[in-house]
Design a protein around this ligand. Structure first.
Ligand code: AMP
Length: 463
């Protein structure tokens, strides 16, 4: 199995550190607002990655942090006249509801930063003792970049260019080096604070992740994920912290980064205000449609979100459901495979696995499913698939769906009469008999159903 590793910038054979055990960590959200479909993109992708690794027989422990103390949370709480920790709790709960409704079930533990203050303090203390951290009075503790010359190895920046970067760098005039990042902030009036050996204050952003993973996984582990915006400085900082504390390299063996979900070419983000929340999207579309949309693009590539794309995903799901319905209706009991359906199944599983083994290529895996439907549909139409084969095909879909989660478990059925009319309309359109096809659309509409033509075929909706 090949995985693209951001650290080495190439695809590598996946060999976990200890046999079949995979310790996996993905950066969770900063909880000061509802999660948007950009977050959904990243978390659906890693859900499928974890599920596929489990399917391949790995024992996956997938851990995610929750940033429940941070500058943005404090700023939003101030605006809303709320306690920062109360506001964070509210949106942490909302996040759990969102991931549940998206069918994200692979995470074994969510770890809120505020529950790990003891571990965070211990890490900062060890960094200080080893000479990697220094104190700025009335400000906080900082990591001294000059002590870690390898800083920049994940993002491909030199220490100098990392120094030049201005994005999301902690501000302080008294830092030794411009890029030094904060580990612990001394308390300011009105901010949440913890009374610790470091002084009263709160953690910096980067330290929570290494404190959490050290507690659950130890000093080194297998796989770390997040979207690509986190490569620098966040993941660089994590490497600097943990490798300095432990003296062991690499801190993480495989680094995986998702591409952005953009809207009009711009990254969807809370701070830019150009976001559509997961819950608003799920009022209109199913979780499966959103998962299908996400998985139709490779996890490392960007997705520019358009409403037509999610409609087309919905239509794609309908094609699969229709096919499964046809299979359920098969009444033939002959045991033998009459027409090579068995070979098609073997070939499809092989194509699906090859795609997923190649750096989790979900669009190719989905293409293998549609290719199978296309090949089997004529056999179904000619009544050449027996009941036993139909059962095997459905079982294969279940196997795929346990990983992808794109086929709804329960759906409202479109009446057969309407499905037949839609099939006939498709045939008419293929024969370029457009006016008859339009007549049929009107008839379908008079029966209470609406059709929209999409990339994945017609989307049928009750009017
Ligand atoms: P945040 O709440 O902004 O800290 O983000 C939580 C996770 O979602 C991180 O892994 C981010 O990189 C990821 N993320 C945020 N916005 C997007 C986006 N537009 N597309 C893909 N992933 C995103």
């Amino acid at each position: 199995m090949q995985i693209y590793n951001s650290l080495t910038r190439q695809k590598e054979e996946f060999v976990p550190r200890q046999g079949k055990k995979v310790n996996m960590f993905v950066c969770g959200p900063t909880v000061y607002d509802y999660s948007h479909i950009g977050h959904a993109r990243t978390y659906i992708s890693f859900d499928v990655i974890a599920k596929y690794l489990k399917y391949k027989g790995y024992r996956v422990k997938y851990l995610q942090n929750i940033t429940d103390i941070e500058d943005k949370i404090i700023a939003k709480a101030k605006q809303e006249n709320k306690e920062p920790l109360t506001l964070a709790k509210e949106f942490e709960k909302a996040y759990y509801q969102d991931v549940k409704s998206l069918g994200i079930t692979s995470v074994y533990k969510y770890a809120p930063a505020t529950k790990y203050i003891k571990q965070i303090v211990s890490q900062v203390k060890r960094l200080k003792e080893k000479g990697f951290a220094y104190e700025i009075p009335s400000d906080g503790f900082y990591f001294d970049l000059k002590k870690f010359p390898e800083y920049g190895k994940l993002s491909g920046r030199t220490t100098e260019s990392a120094e030049d970067a201005v994005s999301r760098i902690d501000e302080s005039v008294n830092k030794k080096n411009k890029g030094d990042f904060n580990l612990w902030k001394f308390s300011k009036p009105g901010e949440p604070k913890w009374k610790t050996e470091l002084g009263e204050g709160r953690p910096g952003w980067h330290i929570e992740d290494t404190a959490i993973t050290e507690k659950h996984f130890g000093e080194q582990y297998d796989l770390h994920g997040g979207a690509r915006d986190l490569i620098f400085p966040h993941h660089e900082a994590e490497i600097a912290q943990m490798e300095s504390i432990s003296g062991k390299k690499p801190f993480v063996k495989y680094w995986l980064h998702t591409g952005f979900l953009t809207i009009n070419g711009q990254k969807m983000s809370k701070s830019l205000g150009n976001f559509i929340t997961i819950r608003d999207t799920l009022k209109k579309y199913s979780a499966e449609a959103l998962r299908f949309l996400v998985l139709s693009t490779h996890y490392r590539s960007p997705i520019d979100y358009r409403e037509e794309a999610i409609k087309s995903s919905w239509a794609g799901i309908q094609r699969i459901e229709e096919f499964l319905r046809k299979l359920s209706n098969i009444r033939r009991l002959e045991v033998q495979l009459l027409s090579g359906a068995g070979e098609i199944l073997l070939e499809t599983r092989k194509e699906f696995l090859e795609a997923m083994d190649d750096d989790f290529n979900t669009p190719q895996a989905i293409a293998a499913i549609f290719k199978m439907i296309k090949e089997l549909n004529p056999l179904l139409a000619e009544n050449k698939v027996d009941k036993k084969s139909a059962k095997k095909i459905k079982k294969l879909f279940e196997e795929f769906n346990n990983i992808l989660g794109i086929i709804p478990r329960k759906t409202k059925k479109t009446p057969n009469e309407i499905l037949d009319m839609i099939d006939t309309r498709e045939k008419l359109r293929r024969d370029k008999r457009y006016s008859e096809a339009d007549d049929l659309r009107r008839q379908i509409s008079s029966k209470g159903y609406q059709i929209e033509d999409t990339e994945h075929g017609p989307l049928v909706k009750p009017r």
